[in-house]
Write a protein that binds this ligand. Sequence first.
Ligand code: ADP
Length: 364
Amino acid sequence: MPDNIAADAFVAFDRVQKSYDGEVLVVKDLNLEMPKGEFLTMLGPSGSGKTTCLMMLAGFETATHGEIRLDGREINNIPPHKRGIGMVFQNYALFPHMTVNENLSFPLEVRGMGKSDREAKVKRALEMVQMGEFGSRRPAQLSGGQQQRIALARALVFEPELVLMDEPLGALDKQLREHMQYEIKHLHENLGITVVYVTHDQSEALTMSDRVAVFEDGRIQQLAPPDDLYERPDNSFVAQFIGENNKLPAVVKQISGDVATVELKNGKLCTALAVKCGQPGDETLISIRPERVTVGTADGQNATDAKVLELIYLGDHIRCRLDVHGNDEFVVKVPNSAGHEHLSVGETTRVTWAPEDARALDPL
Ligand code: ADP
C-alpha cells in the first residue's frame, strides 16, 4: 500500500485510471481517501471524469488500473448489488407501477427482509424525508421534488453506510433545489452516513460539503474544505472555477519565502503570496477576489491606477467594473456603507489590496 493512502480510510481510490476506449484516459492516476461520515463533493466541468469515478465506486464501471477500497476491502471485482451502497441519480426513476411504499420496500425484499421489518423501515425512511403521508401514492401522483425525496428515501431505506448522489437535484427548480440541499445536508448530519456527491454547480458544492474535490480533465486539481478552496486556491483553474476572480498577468521578479515580488504589465511592482508561480523571470497570474480590493484609496503597497467602466447598484454593495492595466474585466465589490467614496463612470481612480489577498498562480 502506498504511503499516501491511509489504511483506515473508509473510501479509497488508489492510483485509479480509467479509459473507455483503451487509448484516452478520462481518469488519470486518481488518489482520494475519505474518512467515515464525510460529505465529499466531486465538482468540475462537464466531461472532467466525476461520474466515471462515481460509477467505478458504485461498481457499474471497472477501473482500468489501480484499486478502489471500501472500509479497507478491495471492491474492484465485487458486483454493485453486493457493495451495500445507496444511490440517487437525477434520472434514477422510481418504478411507476408501484406505490411509494412498494418502491421503498423493494430494496429490502431483494435483501430478503421479512414483512414487518420492511414496513417499519419503509415508514421510518418516509418520515426521514417528511413524506410519511404519501406511502400509498404512485410516483405520477407526486411533484418532481416529492419524487426526488422518495428516491432519496429509497437510497437510505436499507441503511447503507455509503450513499452516492449524481446531480440528484439537477431537474428541480432553483428554490426547491436550495431547500433540498439543506435537507440532504441535515440528513447526512443526523444519520452519520458517508456521502459522495457529484455536481457541476459550485454553490451546491460549497453549501453541502465537508470537502470538495475539484476535477479538471480526469485529475483532482484541489481537494479541500469549501472555505479553503475559495480563500486559498492552489492554482489558476481552481481560482477561476470557484467564485469570482480578478486576474492580472505579471512576471515574477523575486521570491523570498512565501512572498513573491512581481511586475505588473505597466511596470508597477507588487507583492503577492507565492503559491504556484515558478521562478524569477516566469510569467504568473495574480489572483485577487473582488471583495478584497479597495477603490479610491491612493496609498498601500499594491495601489495602482484604474479607470471606472461600469457601476451596478446591488443594494448592499456596488459592483464596479474597472480597467486595470488593460484588464477591463477587473471587478470590485464596493460595500454600500456610510462614508464610502462616490464613484462615477469614466473617472480615473486607484485600486489597492493587501499583499496576503493576492496569490501568484500559474499562467493557465
Ligand atoms: P463528468 O461526470 O465530469 O461530466 P464523465 O465521467 O461523465 O464526466 O465523462 C468523462 C469523459 O468520459 C468524457 O469525455 C465522456 O465523454 C467520456 N465517457 C463517459 N462515459 C463514457 C462511456 N460509457 N463510454 C465512452 N466514453 C465515456
